[in-house]
Design a protein around this ligand. Structure first.
Ligand SMILES: Cc1cc2nc3c(=O)[nH]c(=O)nc-3n(C[C@H](O)[C@H](O)[C@H](O)COP(=O)(O)OP(=O)(O)OC[C@H]3O[C@@H](n4cnc5c(N)ncnc54)[C@H](O)[C@@H]3O)c2cc1C
Length: 241
């Protein structure tokens, strides 16, 4: 178990009507402990209604920020996300673990990589950190992202990611999939046909594929990708629940 530290909330803002960004300050003496990599997460511990909750949140910003930023999406009433959205305030402190390993992103810059990322909702947080990292450090990679949400209004970091896509089209391509809106690239939930359509446009042969989402998304994506010739060593999967 990683050591917990008291970190102060120095900013909080709504990202969508159902998600919030919480920014935690890293004091000078803890900087070396919070020297995170994209894809890492922290555990936040909080007693809510007498229950000691431990919840995990991926860090969505860049290591050099001297802060950690969490993008937290509401799942249901009375959990930590509900508390973060409705009660957590600027100046409060939270007990936060040191960063832990999670998605094994390739951070090397010595060869160009083609990466496929598939996620829904708050699963975007580690990808958003990685996208910023990859573009800021000019890694010679191309990331194709299939990003599922109900609608644009409920999509975390939609404007930020779309701006980066417009700025760096050779490195980032985003396929927006909306289950309750038809303004995206595809309508409905991410399914076999949608993934096949993306592979038709982008080709196969990705060097790494990262999927964050529920089990059925993993099964669907793994099936299509395996049929398209992807070997299991290239598939990386995480469930966020
Ligand atoms: C490695 C890792 C990284 C993670 N990163 C993030 C992140 O960056 N951002 C983020 O928002 N979350 C992330 N999560 C999920 C997060 O840890 C919590 O599970 C989530 O915030 C729900 O916790 P809660 O206390 O609010 O709700 P809970 O107390 O778990 O649940 C509250 C209520 O919501 C319902 N509920 C819970 N989950 C769901 C669901 N999926 N669908 C419908 N109803 C549900 C429950 O049944 C209950 O009624 C991550 C999880 C892991 C393991």
């Amino acid at each position: 178990m990683s050591t917990l530290h008291n970190l102060q909330v120095i900013d909080k803002k709504m990202l969508t009507p159902e998600s919030v960004s919480v920014v935690l300050e890293i004091p000078e003496d803890l900087k070396s402990k919070y020297n995170f990599k994209p894809g890492q997460f922290v555990m936040v511990e909080k007693i809510i209604n007498g229950e000691n909750l431990r919840r995990y949140y991926s860090i969505y910003n860049l290591p050099e920020d001297a802060q950690i930023k969490l993008g937290i999406k509401l799942k249901g009433k009375d959990g930590f996300a509900d508390f973060a959205m409705h009660h957590l305030q600027h100046g409060d402190t939270l007990q936060v673990s040191e960063p832990m390993d999670d998605v094994p992103f390739d951070l090397s810059d010595h060869s160009s990589k083609r990466i496929l990322a598939i996620t829904i909702g708050s699963g975007i947080t580690p990808f958003y950190s990685y996208i910023q990292y990859m573009l800021k450090r000019q890694l010679p990679h191309k990331l194709v992202l299939i990003y599922g949400n109900e609608s644009p209004a409920k999509t975390m970091f939609l404007d930020e990611i779309s701006e980066l896509e417009a700025q760096f089209p050779q490195h980032l391509k985003v396929y927006k999939v909306y289950s309750k809106d038809d303004s995206g690239d595809f309508s409905g939930r991410i399914n076999e046909q949608i993934i096949k359509n993306v592979l038709q446009k982008e080709g196969t042969g990705f060097d790494a594929i990262y999927m964050i989402g529920p089990d059925d998304l993993k099964k669907t994506a793994a099936k299509v990708l395996t049929e398209a010739g992807t070997t299991s060593d290239k598939l990386h999967y995480r469930v966020y629940s």
